[in-house]
Write a protein that binds this ligand. Structure first.
Ligand code: ATP
Ligand code: MG
Length: 304
């Protein structure tokens, strides 16, 4: 049985009938890390709130652990863990008190499921008397994860868990998710960071409430339609302008210190291209084939 099945899910907000989620479908298996990847306002949080029974769908359905989110919301709430974007902790309670509180709400004890949180909890245990409000971002995130796990959920929902967290803590956090996956927990996680997308087993790329693609990160990268090149020069601004105006160029955009380019002709003649840019007064040109990233795939899907 799939852990989560989302079918034609729709959410419409307010008087102006803004369609925030527009016919979204995907499913997630036990022991899978599934990523919802999309920019601000794409609809990620709305989808999370419907999957976790906190918001009613306007169309379509969601099944969690074989239960419907509308009819079975009470049972679902007992079985899932949810870490909303903004921390759900009680700022005035200590680390220990927060954890005890969540265990009690779910009719369990810290001891009963300690093995699930142990690797994470030992890292914050030295601060167990400290108020949650006084923890660093990375430690708050670890405590929130412990609280979401303490009742041994079958599905874990994490809405932008690493936003605003330092790079080291982000890395540690993904290590922890990998370990949880081994426990056969299904994990659905949203992130705006493209480097985290590749750490998921499968991802859904979302824009304007619609899914552009659902697949493994590897397959999404593989289905990029053309060879991709990275180019830089002394005059980046001019270079980008020339790229945009050239009829040989299929697409181009700034990418870190380079521009990423794909050409209309499949096997581009790099020397001829270099000469062309030089004739436009551009110097110090470096042009090379480059690897497609998830971000390139996303940009490509967005423009179609
Ligand atoms: N309660 C609401 N009333 C009206 N519009 C809303 C409401 N909640 C969200 N929206 C709108 O629905 C769209 C999707 O919002 P949502 O928060 O689901 O996206 P998101 O992908 O989580 O974005 P973010 O990266 O900002 O967290 C946005 O345009 C947002 O403004
Ligand atoms: Mg959100």
């Amino acid at each position: 049985m799939e852990a989560v099945v989302v079918r034609d899910l729709t959410k419409v907000y307010g008087k102006d009938k803004k369609i925030a989620v527009d016919g979204v479908s995907f499913s997630v298996s036990q022991g899978e890390i599934f990523g919802l990847i999309g920019p601000d306002g794409a609809g990620k949080t709305s989808i999370f709130r419907m999957m976790t029974t906190l918001l009613l769908p306007d169309g379509g359905s969601v099944m969690v652990d074989g239960l419907d989110v509308v009819k079975g919301y009470k049972q679902i709430r007992q079985r899932i863990g949810y870490m909303p974007g903004r921390f759900s902790l009680y700022q005035d309670l200590s680390v220990e008190e927060n954890l005890n509180f969540f265990a009690t709400v779910f009719n369990t004890t810290i001891e009963e499921n300690y093995h699930l949180i142990k690797d994470i909890y030992v890292q914050i245990e030295p601060f167990k008397k400290r108020r949650a409000g006084k923890l660093s971002g990375g430690m708050k995130q670890k405590l929130a994860l412990c609280c979401a796990l303490i009742h041994k959920p079958t599905v874990l929902f994490l809405d932008e868990p690493t936003t605003g967290v330092d790079p080291v803590s982000r890395k540690e956090f993904w290590e922890m998710l990998k370990q949880l996956k081994e426990q056969n927990i299904a994990i659905i996680v949203s992130t705006p960071y493209m480097d985290e997308a590749i750490l998921c087993d499968r991802i859904a790329l979302i824009q304007d409430g619609k899914i552009l693609s659902v697949d493994t990160p590897e397959n999404i990268i593989k289905s990029y339609p053309t060879p991709l090149y990275a180019i830089k020069a002394d005059q980046m601004h001019l270079l980008l302008k020339v790229l945009q105006q050239s009829d040989k160029v299929l697409s181009s955009y700034a990418f870190g210190e380079y521009a990423h380019v794909s050409f209309k002709e499949a096997d581009a003649n790099l020397d001829a291209i270099k000469n062309y840019f030089e004739s436009k007064g551009i110097t110090g040109i470096e042009l090379k084939a480059t690897r497609v990233t998830i971000e390139d795939s996303f940009i490509n899907l967005l423009k179609n």
